[in-house]
Design a protein around this ligand. Structure first.
Ligand code: 5GP
Length: 195
């Protein structure tokens, strides 16, 4: 069993609306051993894809994305949720992302300078639920004219529609672990699926 799965079973807490809290090792306090294992698996899966940039959204995607970027020896770029006053409108790409856990829609931005048509991008995020965060990142990559090698997800909630939406766009998704259900405070993993 992966270290991530062990930690989810040991320390994960199930909240209402199928929200899994993993603050003790991923979303608030961060365990580098878990993050390192995640990064190594993403590297193993996508190493032959000509990746030039790892792309995520602040804040929780940054740790796994940075650890992965270190292995690929490429820069890590994150979409910002606050609007920097130093970046003019014509110098940025922007998109709106609805947050599943916070139930708010935020405008996120990146500088046009850091994502270009020459880039081949690996998108990384901590969770995949309804796919809004990933689809927003895909939109930014498309605006830049860059290509997408795939998406790496740490924890996929496979009972929500995110993977289906990304499949429909023809994007390859690799998740370190997939959760089948969080019913009755019990975490069930999806075990048998093609990898
Ligand atoms: P989506 O955009 O796929 O609906 O949701 C993914 C985003 O929402 C992730 O970036 C993550 O921050 C947050 N999220 C979704 N579900 C959960 C969850 O069960 N637990 C936590 N901690 N974050 C979640």
């Amino acid at each position: 069993m992966s270290i991530l799965k062990e930690r989810i079973l040991r320390d994960g807490q199930v909240f209402p609306n199928n929200v899994l809290k993993v603050d003790s090792f991923m979303n608030h306090q961060i365990d580098p051993v878990v993050i390192k294992e995640i990064a190594q698996e993403f590297y193993h899966i996508f190493k032959d894809q000509g990746i030039t940039k790892i792309f995520t959204i602040e804040a929780s995607g940054i740790a796994p994305a940075l650890a992965t970027a270190e292995l690929f020896e490429v820069p890590m770029l994150f979409a910002k949720k606050t609007q920097p006053s130093t970046l003019a409108n014509q110098e940025r790409y922007e998109t709106d992302i609805h947050s599943y856990t916070k139930n708010i829609t935020s405008r996120v931005i990146i500088s046009k300078q850091y994502l270009t048509a020459e880039d081949r991008v690996l998108i990384i995020d901590d969770f995949l639920a309804n796919g809004e965060a990933c689809l927003g990142l895909v939109d930014l990559v498309e605006q830049a004219g860059a290509s997408i090698a795939g998406i790496g997800i740490c924890i996929e909630k496979s009972f929500q529609v995110g993977r289906q939406k990304l499949d429909e766009k023809g994007i390859s998704v690799h998740s370190i672990c997939r959760i089948a259900s969080l019913d009755h405070q019990t975490i069930q993993f999806l075990e048998n699926y093609p990898k």
